[in-house]
Structures are given as structure tokens and as C-alpha cells.
Design a protein around this ligand. Structure first.
Ligand code: ADP
Ligand code: MG
Ligand code: MG
Length: 204
């Protein structure tokens, strides 16, 4: 069964934009605690640009929509998160090229996205970055025969909460060393909104 169409993918980006705008101040506060305080702005602006871009183009495939999203994020979001999310969506796009997106294609695309974030950012699991959440989502999808989406969001939330007690060893938060403890990782939080938006639109 096809789980993600062009229409779904466009709505996915719109639902992400909505959440990044709604939670802009929260993401900013999280990043003020252990970073430079721009994560809310980066995400809200980045996904606003993505939606503006995809609404002006006619697409032939899900792969092309995601490629547009990836390129826009890479070009418009300064900071670590732009290239990392850009890479994730680009890897998904590549995995979906020439294919209709059924469960199997989607799961493979998620795995490739996670590998892409890993290669680009060099973070391992447990370094208090958005990679923690993406890795858990990909692992969850691989293990679950039929994805229980509520379960997936709970896994995300638990992973986000786990980042609170971790010491950051990648990205800006790593400059704080032990003092990065006690704060949730901003990128993990924004990743949650990406997956919450996905659950809203995907036809699983
Ligand atoms: P910047 O830190 O450049 O200001 P953002 O504030 O937009 O960029 O994004 C910060 C988030 O990026 C962090 O909360 C973290 O989740 C993620 N991040 C930073 N460096 C890495 C990395 N090397 N690998 C994976 N994620 C990273
Ligand atoms: Mg920042
Ligand atoms: Mg910055």
C-alpha cells in the first residue's frame, strides 16, 4: 500500500511549519540554555521557506518534493540543523527516487536519512543531539511489524527526555561540557515536531 503521496508530503511540510511556528519560543528557550538561542528562528524560517518553495512548483514525485525541501533547508538555514535536516530529507528523497512510497520504501528511506545525519554530523547515539531521536525512530520502524504511531511518538518523547541528563559532546552545547546537563537538546525537540507532523499525514 502507498503510504506517502505527493499531497501527503506537501501536507507534511505544512504541518511541520505550523508546529515550528507554534513552538518557536520553546525551541528558542531550549537553545538559549545550551546554545546560541536561534533554533526556533532557524526552524520557523527554514520550514516557512520550504512551504513557500513547494507551493510554487508542480511535482511529479514524492522524491522531488523532498529534494526541494532538502535544498531549501540547506540554503536557508544557517547553523548546524539546516545541513543536518537537509541531508536527512535528501537521503529520503534519494531512497524514494523512481518508487512509490510503501511501508518498505519509507522504512528504508528513514534508515538512509539516519545514516546521512550520522555521516554528516559524526554524532553517535547518546551525544545529546537530534541524531538520538532519528535513530530511535528508525529502529522503532524496523522492529515494529506494523508501526504503532502512538508508540513511535512515545519513544520520541522518552528519547527527548533522556537528552536532559546527557552531557553534550557534539555541536555548540558541547562547549558547556558538564553544564549542558539538566537541559533538553533543542534539535531533539524540533525532530519530535517533524515526526508528530508525519504521523498526522502518513497513510499507514
Ligand atoms: P546552531 O547550533 O549552529 O546554532 P541550531 O541551533 O539550529 O544550530 O541547531 C542546534 C541543534 O543541532 C542541536 O540541538 C543538536 O540537536 C543539533 N546538532 C548540532 N551538532 C550536531 C551534530 N554534529 N550531529 C547531530 N546533530 C547536531
Ligand atoms: Mg543554535
Ligand atoms: Mg546558530
Amino acid at each position: 500500500m502507498i503510504v506517502l503521496t505527493i499531497e501527503h508530503t506537501k501536507r507534511w511540510m505544512e504541518e511541520i511549519e505550523k508546529r515550528m511556528l507554534e513552538h518557536k519560543d520553546q525551541l528558542t528557550e531550549f537553545d538559549q540554555a545550551i546554545g546560541d538561542g536561534d533554533h526556533g528562528i532557524n526552524m520557523a524560517r527554514g520550514f516557512h521557506e520550504v512551504v513557500a518553495k513547494i507551493n510554487h512548483v508542480t511535482y511529479d514525485s514524492v522524491s522531488d518534493v523532498l529534494k526541494s525541501a532538502a535544498m531549501t533547508l540547506m540554503a536557508k538555514v544557517g547553523g548546524a540543523s539546516g545541513p543536518l535536516y537537509g541531508t536527512a530529507f535528501l537521503k529520503m528523497s534519494m531512497a524514494m527516487q523512481g518508487k512509490e512510497v510503501n511501508e518498505e520504501v519509507f522504512c528504508q528511506a528513514m534508515k538512509d536519512a539516519v545514516d546521512g545525519i550520522h555521516t554528516r554530523g559524526k554524532a553517535e547515539f547518546g551525544e545529546k543531539t537530534l541524531y538520538d531521536v532519528w535513530k530511535q525512530v528508525a529502529d522503532f520502524l524496523e522492529l515494529e511489524e506494523v508501526a504503532e504511531w502512538q508508540g513511535l511518538l512515545e519513544v520520541c518523547q522518552a528519547t527527548i527526555e533522556d537528552t536532559r541528563e546527557l552531557v553534550a559532546t557534539k555541536g555548540r552545547a558541547s562547549y558547556l561540557k558538564e553544564r549542558s546537563k539538566g537541559h533538553v537538546d533543542p534539535g531533539s525537540m524540533s525532530s519530535f515536531y517533524i515526526f508528530e507532523a508525519l504521523v498526522e499525514v502518513i497513510d499507514w
